[in-house]
Design a binder for this molecule. Structure first.
Ligand code: FE2
Ligand code: FE2
Length: 347
């Protein structure tokens, strides 16, 4: 596990630990319970130590995500500034909590200590909450403004949950290749049975080509192969779902642009509804895939594996094109078809 995964894995702990710490301290003060006071102080000691680790591993995460699609660099800077203030405040409070635990070991702590600790604990806890909130604003997308779920603003937090998935993928070489074979089977089955608009040929072939090249990269020796398998594990379910709901609506673009709207186009509307509902998750997947792709690019560069390095760059650009052009275009196709369908139903 590297610094990036450690940061993504631990970044909730100081926030949740501090909030629980305040609740336990409050209960200790109101119930005059000496044991609870010790537990509350100990929670802040642990939270402060974890916050230091999270802060020190923040820089590698910034380097890993700052060039990804949809990442706001000013938001990263604000998050970083807030994190420094919050970590310092929590660090000072955590040290004071540790000192009081040591000083009053084996004897009852005075009531004023609990009241003072409770009052002061609100400062680092509020700063931690503020930092987490700013972290949630790091990820932005034009698509969200086009009508997706605003809950997507918390993508940085959700990425933390997905980070371990990527870490797991690195540890299981067989998984990447297996998933890659599954993709060919899944898309073939779907293509044979699906009704409604066809995915534009250019996009279908681009997906197929990226997959074929990724399959080849998963067979590369050493870390390049490992990183490619990690990308494949994450990319497989994403591409399959994309080919079910995000790309077929684009098959209507040409007819709509030519002014040939027909009533059977309303069959696309359920796809668009699914796309809108699932966009936040799909964008989160782009971020997770982006971190894995960045690792592939780094390993390919180190191993001088030109094809894998080129593939990593093309997957990155593919995701960016989807976020900036294809997903919004699919949503707009839906809006247009919905507007026309009102006319069809009135006739
Ligand atoms: Fe795609
Ligand atoms: Fe995608």
């Amino acid at each position: 596990m590297d610094a990036v995964h450690l940061h993504l894995l631990l970044n909730h702990v100081p926030v949740i630990g501090a909030v629980f710490g305040v609740l336990v301290l409050a209960a200790a003060v109101f119930r005059r319970n000496d044991e609870w006071l010790r537990v509350g102080l100990a929670l802040f000691v642990v939270s402060a130590a974890t916050a230091a680790v999270v802060y020190l591993t923040g820089e590698p995460v910034e380097e890993a995500v700052e060039h990804l699609a949809g990442i706001s660099e000013p938001a990263i800077e604000r998050h970083e500034d807030a994190a420094l203030a919050a970590t310092l405040a929590l660090g000072v409070f955590g040290l004071a909590a540790l000192a009081s635990l040591v000083a009053f070991r084996g004897r009852r702590q005075p009531r004023w200590l609990g009241v003072t600790a409770l009052a002061l604990s609100l400062v680092p806890t509020a700063l931690m909450g503020w930092t987490a909130n700013l972290g949630g604003q790091i990820r932005h997308s034009e698509i969200r403004r086009a009508g997706a779920d605003p809950a997507a603003a918390t993508l940085i937090v959700r990425r933390a949950a997905l980070g371990p998935l990527a870490a797991f993928a690195f540890l299981s070489p067989a998984r990447g290749a297996a998933q890659e074979r599954d993709h060919a089977r899944d898309t073939a089955t779907k293509g044979a049975s699906r009704s409604g608009p066809e995915i534009p040929r250019s996009l279908r072939e681009e997906h197929a080509e990226l997959h074929a090249r990724l399959v080849a990269a998963t067979k590369a020796p050493g870390r390049v192969g490992e990183s490619a398998r990690a990308v494949a594990v994450l990319l497989h379910p994403h591409f399959v779902r994309e080919e079910q709901i995000a790309l077929p609506p684009l098959g209507l673009l040409r007819a709509l642009a030519d002014g040939h709207a027909t009533a059977d186009m309303s069959a696309t509307l359920p796809l668009i509804d699914s796309l809108k509902a699932e966009l936040p998750r799909m964008l989160t997947e782009h971020m997770t895939i982006g971190v894995a792709v960045q690792r592939l690019a780094r390993d390919a560069k180190e191993a001088r594996h030109v094809e894998a390095a080129r593939l990593a760059e093309e997957i990155r650009l593919h995701a960016l094109t989807e976020e900036e052009v294809l997903y919004p275009a699919a949503v707009l196709v839906g809006e247009l078809v919905r507007a026309r369908s009102h006319r069809w139903t009135r006739r």
